[in-house]
Design a protein around this ligand. Structure first.
Ligand SMILES: *Cc1c(COP(=O)(O)O)cnc(C)c1O
Ligand SMILES: [Zn+2]
Length: 415
């Protein structure tokens, strides 16, 4: 297989490195020195044709294998990750004032979130380098994704998550057979613990932002959106942001396609943050590029709760270079977005995913996107991930009246 990668480039200082020179980050800045993986687009364009992709029958992100940094296809895990549906959400659009609204439903991944795309790439890289153990810190979904993908190939996996992660996400880890470390603290503390454990034990580290290859997995969602729209970029893509890796990946995906000439423009990217976890939004408002504030994040949308966005520089660049914006939405708006989305489209989102929909509505209300523009909202995780939040999002009390049942007056079933 031809692999078109060339080198790493530091987002802060611009220094470039060969792949065998550094492991994860630019040595000059420590863990915040996130790196870009760069490609030889001229060679890629000569070697890969769009029609070749179109003919692929592989219903997964690996339909883009000729573009991806994988030297040995035998290392690809057997789960079908990606190639998720892109729905034209006509009822939701009519109800909320959009003309051309699309939902990219990444809750339809094997472990229920977009994180599967990155974890698949992590497992491929770890296997290529001969690692026997892979570890990650996570608010829950990255861990569940890593656990599922590692289980599919029988690789030992170690997880660091806050004890407060939603029950379903922790259950996934245990069921997949992860070695789980429940951290009495925040995601950021779990992140630091995982970094030092990987260093001490010699494990491969999947940590978001820190591991530059996670972008290369997540970017496949942008390839899919473009292909599903007939190799055309939409006007805008709305993405919820915690660490900023997903929106950075979406940007990278469209950027690759633009370099290849497979699309002719970059969509505007809108990053949506919970009001209580808005470090990227603050930095963007203050015009900062490579200097993110550390906040004390607090939001019901656990998957986008981050004190210090670990891929913030890529997120800021994505929004800045695409002429998009960052938006803040309240936890109330996020919870309200869950049933609205579900009732008008049939798509059931967890809070962090519903946040993108709340952000899309705000972007329309603020005139940042126009009614007649083509807007894609990325649904990043399944509503089944956080059933307590789902229940809290619906105000109707669903109480079964037993007295009615005894009298035989009511034929409602409990199904
Ligand atoms: C991880 C995650 C996000 C945010 O992605 P970042 O890369 O941290 O910005 C959004 N929604 C869901 C469901 C997630 O799991
Ligand atoms: Zn640097």
């Amino acid at each position: 297989m031809t692999d078109y990668t060339t080198d790493y480039r530091c987002l802060i200082c611009g220094e470039t490195y060969d792949f065998d020179e550094v492991a994860y980050v630019c040595p000059k800045h420590g863990a915040v020195g996130t790196l870009d993986v760069r490609y030889d687009y001229a060679a890629m364009g000569n070697g890969v044709k769009r029609d070749e992709i179109r003919r692929s029958e592989w219903p997964s992100m690996w339909r883009y294998l000729p573009l991806l940094p994988v030297a040995d296809p035998a290392l690809i895990p057997p789960l079908d990750i990606g190639w998720t549906p892109l729905y034209h959400a006509e009822r939701l659009a009519t109800a909320t004032g959009f003309d051309d609204l699309w939902l990219k439903d990444d809750s339809r991944n094997p472990t229920g979130s977009l994180k599967d795309r990155a974890s698949a790439m992590a497992v491929v890289r770890a296997r290529a380098m001969g690692y026997e153990t892979i570890a990650t810190a996570s608010t829950g979904n990255a861990a569940a994704a890593l656990a599922g993908v590692a289980a599919s190939v029988g690789m030992r996996h170690v997880i660091f998550v806050p004890r407060t992660a939603p029950e379903a996400k922790i259950a996934q880890l245990l069921v997949y057979g992860a070695e789980v470390n429940l951290v009495d603290g925040s995601y950021d503390q779990a992140f630091e613990l995982c970094l030092s454990a990987c260093e001490q034990e010699g494990w491969y580290c999947r940590n978001t932002g820190y591991n530059p290859w996670m972008t290369e997995g997540k970017k496949t969602v942008a390839y899919e959106i473009a292909e599903q729209l007939g190799w055309e970029a939409p006007d805008a893509v709305v993405v919820s942001v915690g660490d900023g890796c997903i929106i950075g990946g979406v940007h990278k995906g469209f950027y690759d396609l633009l370099q290849l000439g497979w699309i002719t423009r970059m969509p505007r990217l809108y990053g949506v943050q919970a009001a209580g976890s808005d470090a990227c939004t603050l930095a963007w408002e203050q015009g900062r590029h490579a200097d993110l504030p550390r906040i004390a994040a607090q939001t019901r949308a656990d998957s986008i709760s981050a004190d210090l966005p670990r891929d913030g520089f890529k997120a800021l660049r994505a929004v800045r270079e695409s002429n998009g914006a960052f938006l803040r939405v309240s936890d109330e708006a996020i919870l309200a977005a869950i049933p609205e989305l579900a009732r008008q489209s049939g798509v059931f989102a967890e809070p962090a995913a519903a946040a993108a929909w709340a952000g899309a509505r705000l972007a329309l209300a603020q005139g940042r996107v126009a009614r007649d523009e083509r807007v894609v909202v990325l649904i990043t995780g399944s509503g089944l991930k956080d059933v307590a939040a789902a229940r809290a999002s619906v105000d109707e009390k669903i109480e079964y009246d037993h007295s009615q049942m005894r009298k035989g007056k009511d034929d409602r079933s409990t199904d």
